[in-house]
Write a new protein. Structure first.
Length: 279
């Protein structure tokens, strides 16, 4: 029997009783990082042997696990990640596929999830959401990825490296309205748990003035929650905006006017242009 076990995302006290029981009774434990796994195993006083199972040896270890389970169906084998759930942006998917192909029984013991925790903490709509994993590292892929987000009306969940976070938020700022809501979550369930909430402009300013200076994002992964649902930004135009629009329209080209007013009022340039055509 194969068990994929969700482990604590920070606070070791979040380990479930079922997970403890399965780990202690396991014949083999495979972990993404054996050093981190041993901290958890020592915490629950588990003496089972732990071997590595990561992206660089996933294929080899998958074949080994499948072979063992085919030879002895009574074996208890456990897979754990550094934190969270195996196969969710971590090794495990290919092993699951092989188990299905070979009709090997497997189960999942649920537990803490940074995805669910971050959505709850974000304050953004939770009725529907989409998890898209890690933001691509390469520039061209990242740009394409960011542009593809516009097709999602629901809340979006991303994983990002702390070092690359300011660049990613900058892309969001440039590609979409600076008023779209964002939440950043880090160190969840730990002593220094922190959540930032605001629009693109506010979050970017916070990162530049406080986050980077205090070295808060130098290590680890950040959960980024975004809501890009299209809002009619000009449903109720403020008087100042309308004044400048009417004043400048007869004297300035539409494209130039859209640029000037989008920068002055922090509005989406295309939305400004649409208002220009209405007046």
């Amino acid at each position: 029997m194969l068990n994929l076990i969700s482990t604590p995302i920070g606070n070791l006290n979040d380990i479930s009783l079922r997970a403890i029981e399965a780990l202690k009774s396991a014949d083999y434990i495979f972990a993404e990082d054996t050093r981190n796994a041993k901290k958890l195993l020592n915490f629950i006083d588990c003496r089972s042997k732990c071997s590595s199972f990561h992206e660089h040896n996933e294929k080899k270890v998958t074949n080994l696990i499948v072979k063992k389970l085919i030879e002895d169906q009574n074996l208890e084998i456990v897979i754990i990640s550094d934190a969270g759930t195996p196969a969710i942006s971590d090794p495990g998917y290919h092993l699951i596929q092989e188990c299905i192909n070979h009709k090997i029984n497997f189960s999942h013991i649920p537990g803490p999830s940074s995805i669910i925790s971050a959505v709850v903490l974000s304050g953004l709509p939770t009725s529907s959401f989409t998890f898209l994993g890690f933001v691509p590292k390469k520039k061209n892929q990242k740009v394409e990825f960011m542009r593809s987000l516009k097709k999602y009306s629901e809340t979006i969940i991303l994983f990002e490296s702390g070092k690359r976070l300011p660049e990613t938020i900058q892309y969001l700022f440039e590609e979409y309205s600076q008023h779209n809501k964002i939440s950043l979550c880090r160190e969840m369930t730990k002593i220094h748990e922190a959540t930032w909430r605001g629009n693109c402009s506010e979050i970017l300013a916070e990162l530049r003035t406080n986050g980077v200076k205090k070295n808060q994002f130098s290590r680890g992964e950040i959960v980024v929650i975004i809501n890009l649902s299209k809002q009619k930004e000009f449903l109720t135009l403020d008087k100042e905006f309308e004044f400048w629009l009417k004043t400048l329209k007869p004297h300035v080209k539409s494209s130039v006017l859209a640029k000037i007013l989008s920068e002055k009022f922090g509005k989406n340039r295309q939305a400004v242009y649409s208002e220009f055509l209405k007046h």
